[in-house]
Design a protein around this ligand. Structure first.
Ligand code: SDX
Length: 438
C-alpha cells in the first residue's frame, strides 16, 4: 500500500528504516525527507549515524519558505503566489516589498503608511559621509555599500534585539529607506560629486535617481519612462528564494547578528561574478568580444572551457529566466529615451547563436536575469562597476523578508552544518628540529 515514506535498508546491518516524506505546496517540487532522520541509521551504538553529503547544497532544502516559488524547468517565478510577469506589469517596487514582507498585497491605507514609514528613513547620519570619505577615489561601489550597510549597525545598537517585532520593523524601514541613499552616496563618491539629500516628495525609485544624478538644478525631475523601467527592474530583482546571498543573510542572521551586518554579508555574497556580479561581468565580456563577427570564436572559447558565457546558466532555471524576458522587452522602452546601447545587438546575437548550440542546449543554459540588465543600466548612464549595487538595492526587500521568516521559524536554529572529515586521523607533535627538510 502506497505511503508517504521511504523504506531504507542498510545493507551493512540488514536493518530497515521507515523515513517519512514531507511535502510543500507543490508536491512535485517539494518532496523531502528530514536529514536528521538519517542519523538513526547506524552500524553500532557508537556510530554517529548517517549524514547527507551535499556540497554547495545542490539538492538540500535549508528551510521551509512561503515567500518565493521558482519552477526551474518551466521558467516560473512567483512572489507570494503572484506571477512575476503580473507584478512587473501592474505593481511597483515598494508594493512588492510589502507583499514579500507581509505576505499579502496592501490596501490603500497600508500602502500609504508603508511608503511613509520607509520614506521617513531615507536620510543617513551625517557621520556616514566620513565613512565614505575614507574610501579611495576609485573604490569599487559594492565594497563601499557592503561596508556602509555594516556601519549603519553602529548607529542602531538596539537592532540586535531581533526577537522584538517592533525592533525588526523599525530596522526594515531603515534598511529599505537608507539602502538607496547609501547606494547613491557610493556612486557620487566614485564621481567626485557632492552627496544629494533625499527628496521625499519623489517616488522611491525617483528619489534614488535624484540622489544619483541631480546636479545643479533646484529640483531633480526623473524621466518617467526611466523611472518606471528602473521600478520594474527593482521588482524583478526583489527576491529569488534561497540564492547564495539570501542564504548568506539567513546563515549570518541565524546567530542573531543584527540585520545591518547580516545584510552586509548578503551583499558581500551578491558581489561575486557568479552571482549578482554577473551583470558587470556581462558588459566586460561583451566589450572583450567587441563585434558580432567575433562571437563564433568566443562561443568556441566557452566550449573549450576558456571562458564562461556570463549572464547564462542558473542553478535552478533550466529554462529561460522569466526575468530576462521582461528585461529584454524593457530595453527598447529605455532605448527610446536614452538611445540604443549598441551592445544589445551583440548580446542578442550571442544569445541567438548560443541557443542553437548543443553545448548550451544540452546543459539547459539560458539567459538569466544578469544577461540584459547591465545593458539597460549602462544606457541609463551607470558605469558597469555600479550594476551590482543596483541589483543589491531592490534585493534588500527579499533579504529582509527571508530574514524575518527565518527569525519567526520555530524550526530554525543557528546554522551549523556538519562535515565529512577526510584529514589525518591522529599524529604526535614533533619539535621543529626533528621535522624533515621537505
Ligand atoms: C544570479 O541563485 C539565484 O537565484 C541567483 C540569481 C538571483 O536572483 O539571486 O538568479 C542571480 O546569480 C544569476 C546567475 C548569474 N551568474 C552568471 O551569469 C555567471 C555565469 N553562470 C555560471 O557561472 C553558472 O551557470 C551558475 C553559477 C549561474 C550556476 O552554476 P551551477 O548551477 O553550479 O552549474 P554548473 O557550474 O554545475 O554548470 C553545469 C554545466 C557545467 O558544464 P559541465 O562541466 O557539466 O560540462 O554547465 C556549464 C558548466 O561548465 N556552465 C557554463 C555556464 N554555466 C554553466 N558554461 C559556460 N558558461 C556558463 N555561463
Amino acid at each position: 500500500m502506497a505511503s508517504d515514506s521511504l523504506s531504507i535498508t542498510d545493507n551493512r546491518t540488514g536493518k530497515t528504516y521507515e523515513v517519512p516524506i514531507k511535502y510543500g505546496t507543490f508536491p512535485l517540487y517539494g518532496a523531502s525527507i528530514r536529514g536528521a532522520d538519517l542519523k538513526n541509521i547506524k552500524v553500532s551504538e557508537e556510530d554517529f549515524g548517517l549524514m547527507s553529503f551535499d556540497p554547495s547544497f545542490l539538492n538540500s532544502a535549508s528551510c521551509q519558505s512561503a515567500i518565493t516559488f521558482i519552477d526551474g524547468e518551466r521558467g516560473i517565478l512567483r512572489y507570494r503566489g503572484y506571477p512575476i510577469e503580473q507584478l512587473a506589469e501592474q505593481s511597483n517596487y515598494l508594493e512588492v516589498a510589502y507583499l514579500l514582507l507581509h505576505g499579502a498585497l496592501p490596501n490603500k491605507a497600508q500602502y500609504d503608511a508603508w511608503v511613509h514609514d520607509i520614506t521617513y528613513h531615507t536620510i543617513v547620519h551625517e557621520n556616514m559621509k566620513e565613512v565614505f570619505h575614507g574610501f579611495h577615489y576609485d573604490a569599487h561601489p559594492m565594497p563601499m555599500l557592503i561596508s556602509t550597510l555594516a556601519a549603519l549597525s553602529t548607529f542602531y545598537p538596539a537592532s540586535r534585539n531581533v526577537m522584538d517585532e517592533g525592533v525588526r520593523m523599525l530596522q526594515i524601514y531603515r534598511l529599505l529607506g537608507k539602502v538607496i541613499t547609501l547606494a547613491a552616496m557610493a556612486y557620487r563618491h566614485t564621481q567626485g560629486l557632492p552627496y544629494v539629500m533625499p527628496d521625499n516628495d519623489l517616488s522611491y525609485v525617483g528619489n534614488f535617481m535624484n540622489m544619483l544624478w541631480r546636479k545643479a538644478e533646484c529640483r531633480y525631475n526623473p524621466n518617467p519612462v526611466l523611472e518606471r523601467a528602473l521600478d520594474v527592474l527593482f521588482i524583478l530583482h526583489a527576491d529569488h528564494e534561497q540564492n547564495c546571498s539570501t542564504n548568506a543573510m539567513r546563515v549570518v542572521a541565524s546567530s542573531q547578528s543584527d540585520p545591518y551586518c547580516s545584510a552586509a554579508a548578503a551583499a558581500a555574497a551578491l558581489y561575486g561574478p557568479l552571482h549578482g556580479g554577473a551583470n558587470e561581468a556581462v558588459l566586460t565580456m561583451l566589450r572583450q568580444i567587441g563585434s558580432k563577427d567575433k562571437v563564433p570564436q568566443f562561443i568556441k572559447d566557452v566550449k573549450d572551457r576558456k571562458a564562461l558565457l556570463m549572464g547564462f546558466g542558473h542553478r535552478v532555471y533550466k529554462n529561460y529566466d522569466p526575468r530576462a524576458k521582461v528585461i529584454k522587452r524593457l530595453a527598447d522602452e529605455v532605448f527610446d529615451v536614452t538611445g540604443k546601447n549598441p551592445l544589445i545587438e551583440l548580446a542578442v546575437e550571442l544569445e541567438r547563436i548560443a541557443l542553437q548550440d548543443d553545448f548550451f542546449v544540452s546543459r539547459k543554459l539560458f539567459p538569466n536575469v544578469d544577461f540584459y540588465s547591465g545593458i539597460i543600466y549602462e544606457a541609463m548612464g551607470m558605469p558597469s562597476e555600479y550594476f551590482t549595487v543596483v541589483f543589491a538595492v531592490p534585493r534588500m526587500a527579499g533579504w529582509l523578508a527571508q530574514w524575518q521568516e527565518m527569525i519567526l521559524d520555530t524550526e530554525q536554529k543557528i546554522a551549523r552544518p556538519r562535515q565529512v572529515y577526510t584529514g589525518v586521523a591522529i599524529r604526535d607533535y614533533e619539535p621543529i628540529e626533528k621535522r624533515s627538510a621537505k
